[in-house]
Design a protein around this ligand. Sequence first.
Ligand SMILES: *Cc1c(COP(=O)(O)O)cnc(C)c1O
Length: 354
Amino acid sequence: MNTMSKNLIIEKADSSKIGEVDFNNLAFGSIFTDHMMVCDYKNGAWESPKIMPYQPLTLDPSAKVLHYGQAVFEGMKAYRDDNDEVWLFRPEENHQRINKSCVRLSMPEFPEDLFFSGLNALLQLDDEWIKPGYGNSLYIRPFVIASEAGVTASPAGEYKFIIICAPVQAYYGGEVRVKIAEKYSRAASGGFGFAKAAGNYAGQFYPTGLAQKEGFQQIVWTDSSTHEFIEEAGTMNIFIRIKDKLITGPTSDSILDGVTRKSVIAMAEDQGIEVEVRPIKVSELVEAAKNNTLTEMFGSGTAAVINPILGFGYKNERYELPTVENSYATRFKKQLMDIQYNKAEDKFGWRYKV
Ligand SMILES: *Cc1c(COP(=O)(O)O)cnc(C)c1O
């Protein structure tokens, strides 16, 4: 892809909304910064990216994204350290993953140089929105939609790559108890569960709502053909700890390759913790809960970093996990955040300076 000639066009907002924002009471991802980045794909090429005031989009009502769900996204964060410097965490992983998602949904890949030049410029313009303080961050949402008009069921010829940003506070997921899926699935073998596709989320809402009526906060998704193996916890990757061993399922076409997940695995291995990446049977989980060797379960993802799971339900039985001292969930959350906020040595080279 030759993008050498592409210049970034910047149109600044006349005034900032920042004075109206209560940074101590932010509902996750509901307030957005002053600017956004937009890049159009037409006639087989990405045009010059633009940074413009945050504003509604104009789309033809027949735009393919609205009918066939050709839409993918990413989630990442910018962190401000105590020296006023701003960092991203492994952003090249997000760039590579959005392109994997694009390929699976028959959408054009987005060039790396435009991704980083646009993102850096956007973060510099909206710099004031990245608040200091451990736990505060700017949530970054890149996404791609099929904008071409026409309801023929085929891939669009026109797309929009957009980045919007929302200031967020430390995410507390609340007490989480999960229901293990016996009927519904998030993703099928051969499908696109590995992609961060909008449609994967739409399909999750209804079964999750049913589980919430039963008193659970999230669903642990199981494989779609047998429901015998656990795959993910809601929209997070899942880890279980049996005695002192950390176990997570292998990524596949139905398990998303989370950046937080692979970072936890690398840190755990580095610290000499025994890590097994292999399919986890529901029956193994139930057995371990019954004989008290299941010491922890937690989800991993950019928004919450690590979210402990306190118990689970399976086939009308409920299981509570013990409270452990020196929990892996607490340890990895702190270690990851210390790297993200430049409070710890970055031995893996994960930080990216904006
Ligand atoms: C985004 C996402 C994750 C977590 O990925 P991170 O890169 O760690 O944020 C896990 N599972 C699903 C289904 C996701 O969409």
